[in-house]
Design a binder for this molecule. Structure first.
Ligand code: NAD
Length: 537
């Protein structure tokens, strides 16, 4: 497994040799670490995961049967009550300690993320940042989000109303492989601070990262029973999680999301779905082309394009298209591929054979139908079994799969537009609605265009990071890109049940004080008019 250490390079832009002392997969994923991380997993079977850097087995792992999933839910349920009764301030303190621990011990998890996903270290660090931000935000703001709220009663002064927020119970969480730290534990943090237990099914290929984060949360003070992890095939273990959960939090493909939603609907439990995208970037006529070209590289090729909010459609105003493309293509060709467990590579690997097959198929089909490759376009088995060069396509048209389907790889198609109206219309002409990006020097124009794009997040003069990192504000998809939101108040209140307690005082809500029905009806009608007049809400 020492290959993971070997420096790799693109044809045009070699990477420097790995720094002395850089760890290998065998140094990182030791039998002791695997034993420690998997000790609480309820799993009577065996499975394994692999590192995309070499395709070799990374860890031998327990596998959960449907019966094991039921046991994990029993354990979580047994632990949840005491956790929900733990004062909120103590629950929030766990998140704040976790924040510090993640930043202190980031080197450990960066190695695991890289080994499990094959991504470059800088892209792995985005996950550390996202988790730290979520831990800080919900650690500090949970008390305000969850505090009992007073509301105007049916008859002000006579009806005293309080809204309470109770935990749902045991949340079932199903997570993908592409951001194994952020989309596993990062999304679970608000569920925990709201008093829930969580049974999580990470993707098997990236479960060590999720298990490492669980260990760290337990070290930060989370009772171990409150956080159960089950491991196994999605179509086998996933539906079992949905079958037992009081609420389902899912991140993954739109196809699987529809199945999850049906399972949750049959049981009448709530569900949030963070799904796929076919995200557009609009480079308006007045954009700074240098900055836009650099931003497009980040937006298209972070995590080798295996990012739900990354850009796969690039709309450029025809007047600046040549200048933009010259810069964008040059920057793309200069990207350095690498497999090293250290900073330095600009892009890593695809996660495995399925992603490589999709990316290759999309590119080859487009080329066969007349698209032109401006950069990349080929796999790089010399670097690693699933590497594919960052690719820019021109001349892509509607019948080509790459034009409409999510590729989820380092492939972007460039389209020219003549007017903003046209750009907005074409950007919106997709069943997806996750993220988009607008580049302009005119802030007001940028905001106006942004508001007309049908996506849950829009970034002006950046690709995806500002909206995702602004954790006080909701993040999620419109249309086929999802249901519900993470972050902000929605990202925590979805893990709660609202309860309204109305205390009626002095007079009943019925005829009284000698009023007959008619007088009571007249009294209530007058009261309603007065309430509107006095601007009651
Ligand atoms: P996927 O749907 O194949 O798998 C996601 C998770 O669901 C995995 O844990 C998998 O084991 C499990 N699963 C698979 N089939 C299942 C089934 N029938 N029932 C229950 N669970 C099942 O998706 P993926 O390939 O792992 O992830 C890539 C997709 O996720 C892309 O479409 C990407 O856009 C999307 N994604 C969305 C967001 C977001 O925030 N909107 C974030 C990351 C990824």
């Amino acid at each position: 497994m020492t290959d993971a250490q070997a420096p790799a390079q693109t044809g045009t832009n070699p990477l420097a040799p790995a720094p002395v002392g850089v760890r290998t997969a065998a140094d990182v994923v030791t039998p002791e670490l695997i034993a420690q991380l998997t000790r609480d997993v309820v799993g009577s079977g065996r499975t394994a995961n692999h590192t995309p850097f070499t395709g070799d087995v990374l860890a031998d792992l327990p596998e959960s049967t449907p019966e094991d999933v039921a046991v994990a839910f029993e354990r979580a349920r047994a632990a949840q009550g005491a956790w929900a009764r733990t004062p909120l301030r103590q629950r929030a303190a766990v998140l704040l300690r976790f924040h510090d621990l993640v930043l202190e011990r980031q080197a450990e998890v960066l190695d695991l993320i890289q080994l499990e996903t094959g991504k470059a270290r800088l892209h792995a660090h985005e996950e550390v940042q996202a988790v730290a931000v979520a831990a800080r935000h919900y650690g500090r703001r949970a008390a305000a989000y969850l505090a009992p709220k007073r509301h105007t009663g049916a008859i002000p002064a006579l009806t005293k109303v309080t809204e309470l927020r109770h935990p749902r119970g045991v949340v079932g969480q199903i997570a993908p492989w592409n951001y194994p730290l952020e989309l596993s534990v990062g999304d679970a943090l608000p569920a925990f601070v709201a008093g829930n237990a969580v049974v999580m099914k990470p993707d098997t290929e990236t479960c060590l990262t999720a298990l490492w984060a669980r260990d760290l949360l337990v070290e930060a003070g989370l009772p171990a029973g409150v956080f159960q992890v089950v491991i196994g095939d999605g179509p086998v273990v996933g539906p079992e999680v949905v079958r037992h959960a009081d609420y389902v939090s899912f991140t993954g493909s739109t196809r699987t999301g529809r199945e999850i939603a049906q399972g949750a609907a049959a049981r009448l439990v709530g569900v949030s779905l963070e799904l796929g995208g076919k995200n557009a970037m609009l480079v308006l006529e007045d954009a700074d082309v240098d900055k836009a070209a650099a931003g497009a590289v980040r937006a298209c090729f972070s995590s080798a394009g295996q990012l739900c909010i990354s850009v796969e459609r690039l709309y450029v105003h025809e007047k600046i298209a040549d200048a933009f493309l010259e810069r964008f293509v040059a920057r793309t060709k200069a990207l350095r591929l690498g497999t090293c467990l250290a900073y330095g590579a600009d892009m890593g690997s695809l996660v495995g054979p399925r992603q490589l097959e999709t990316v290759t198929r999309h590119v080859e089909e487009a080329v066969a139908k007349g698209a032109k490759v401006l950069a990349g376009g080929v796999a790089r088995p010399d670097v690693g079994p699933y590497f594919f060069e960052p690719t820019v396509l021109d001349g892509v048209e509607a019948p080509m799969a790459v034009c409409t389907e999510e590729t989820f790889g380092p492939v972007v198609s460039v389209y020219r537009f003549a007017s903003e109206e046209e750009a907005i219309e074409r950007a919106n002409a997709t069943p997806y609605g996750l993220n988009s990006s607008v580049w302009t020097r005119d802030a007001r124009r940028g905001r106006e265009v942004a508001a007309r794009l049908r996506t849950g997040t829009v970034n002006i003069n950046e690709g995806y990071a500002p909206a995702y990192g602004s954790v006080q504000s909701p993040m999620g998809g419109m249309k086929d890109s999802g249901l519900g939101r993470r972050h902000g108040s929605e990202g925590i209140l979805k893990y709660t049940e609202a309860q309204t307690i109305a205390h009626q005082r002095l007079l009943p809500m019925a005829p009284s004080l000698g009023m007959d029905d008619e007088k009571y009806a007249a009294f209530m009608s007058r009261s309603l008019k007065l309430m509107k007049m006095f601007r009651f809400r």
